[in-house]
Ligand binder design. Structure first.
Ligand SMILES: [Zn+2]
Length: 78
């Protein structure tokens, strides 16, 4: 298992996620993000808007995803 925080995944807090694959951890942070949004959390709303901005460019989004994937893979196993 590897560990990444909400912040590292383009979020807005220090919540820690554990997963075996990047896809898995990205899914967890996405779920957490939408839960926070439903609570009306402004910090996560801001982070989400940033991501939406990034998603307008498929190239930038792919690059972001690749970079995070690399970051995840370079992490030590727990
Ligand atoms: Zn968070």
């Amino acid at each position: 298992m590897k560990t990444m925080t909400c912040n590292q995944l383009g979020g807005a807090c220090d919540k820690i996620f554990h997963a075996n694959t990047f896809e898995e951890i990205a899914e967890m942070s996405k779920k957490h993000g939408s839960e926070k949004l439903q609570m009306g959390d402004k910090k996560h709303l801001k982070a989400m808007n940033k991501m939406m901005e990034l998603m307008k460019s498929p190239e930038a989004m792919t690059k972001w995803f690749e970079n995070k994937n690399k970051e995840f893979n370079s992490l030590p196993e727990d």
